[in-house]
Design a protein around this ligand. Structure first.
Ligand code: RAM
Length: 359
């Protein structure tokens, strides 16, 4: 094939769904496409804690969903940190939280663009693995933030808080509000979302405690981080379970839509709602008596830590191994088991403190 037609074929492949194939077939689009082993995440490179942070790097952010205010705040935090560190930020991503093939294409685009690192919030634990491994084989550092992939498909995961704490405390918050009695439901995001599924696992475990013997989880509904679908799912839950006493929605999009529905219905204040929301989204519903308490971390701080982790990895300060330490701003972080770095503890918001927060 002549060079120009090969280029055209490669461009066509790259534009289509088989982008991963395009990356391998079209030589020269990646930094080093001769590496074919599977050990990218478990590299034998040694961390040098004294290495200077590199400048002039490009870090690509790939959220689950670009038009989600939660990710807008998170990624702005990443952008601010990168600017401070003298590196470049870019963001790509799908507009739907259930577009896993779209996320795969974006990983491949970032790989082709030879970014130095990428920060990814995975819509699905396994779907991105092949593409992320290709990125790592090409020398790109991969950080997941917010929602993880499998541990061998990235260098490190920046977690918003302990997943166990988040799952258990959401159940505790709701149980208190319903007096430890009655039917409850969960309104989640996408059915494949790693973060929500992990939290739900801990919710179910928490509910095994005898103190919840009169609390019954009747359904897990999925609103796909889409406002309209989440609103309709809430409506459906109340129709299907007229005795429902409470809903946990561990997604900022879900809890807002559920609050909107409850607030305009006869269930306002009667069916309790908690979960994970932003204070700015939830302020109205706390003030009008629809919601008593819910929780979240500061998404901008999560994005900041993801960016700083990406730069520390790309500078060789850390490799993602358990026990390594690094400084992000003025805080020192230690990498935990399976390359997990935890931001901190979430905040519980209620009528008393909500006005102190603006995100
Ligand atoms: C939504 C997304 C995100 C999750 C928050 C709580 O914005 O599902 O992944 O962490 O909610």
């Amino acid at each position: 094939m002549r060079k120009s037609s090969l280029r055209r074929a490669c461009a066509a492949l790259a534009a289509g769904t088989s982008f991963a194939l395009a990356l391998t077939a079209c030589g020269g689009t990646t930094k080093n496409n001769s590496k074919s082993d599977d050990s990218a995440a478990t590299s034998t490179a040694k961390a040098n804690p004294n290495a200077a942070l590199k400048k002039g790097l490009t870090v690509g952010f790939l959220p689950k969903q670009v038009n989600n205010p939660y990710f807008t705040s998170a990624d702005k935090g990443g952008e601010k940190a990168l600017t401070e560190l003298g590196s470049k930020y870019k963001e790509v991503g799908p507009s739907s939280a259930t577009d896993t093939s779209g996320q795969v294409s974006y990983v491949n685009t970032l790989t082709q663009q030879q970014v130095n690192a990428m920060a990814v919030s995975a819509q699905d634990p396994g779907a991105l693995c092949t593409a992320l491994k290709t990125a790592m084989k090409n020398g790109i550092k991969v950080v997941t933030y917010d929602s993880d992939t499998k541990a061998d498909c990235r260098n490190a995961f920046v977690s918003q808080a302990s997943a166990e704490d988040l799952g258990r405390t959401e159940v505790q918050l709701l149980a208190e509000q319903i007096g430890y009695k009655g039917e409850i439901a969960i309104l989640s995001a996408a059915q494949t979302a790693t973060n929500q599924n992990t939290w739900i696992g801990y919710m179910k475990d928490e509910l095994k405690d005898p103190k919840y013997k009169n609390v019954k989880l009747v359904k897990i509904a999925y609103g796909n981080d889409d406002a309209q679908q989440s609103f309709q799912q809430t409506q459906g839950l109340l129709q299907q379970y007229p005795n429902l006493k409470g809903i946990i929605s561990p997604t900022t999009v879900g809890i807002k839509a559920a609050a909107q529905y409850l607030s305009g219905s006869k269930y306002k204040g009667k069916v309790k709602l908690t979960g994970l929301g932003t204070p700015n989204d939830m302020r109205t519903y706390v003030k009008n008596g629809t919601v008593e308490a819910f929780e979240l971390w500061d998404p901008a701080k999560l994005g900041d830590l993801a960016a700083r982790t990406a730069v520390a990895l790309a500078s060789g300060q850390i490799t993602g191994k358990e026990g390594e330490t690094f400084k992000a701003g003025s805080t020192e972080y230690t990498i935990g088991k399976d390359g997990v770095i935890t931001l901190g503890k979430p905040t519980v918001f209620n009528a008393k403190n909500i006005d102190q927060f603006n995100f």
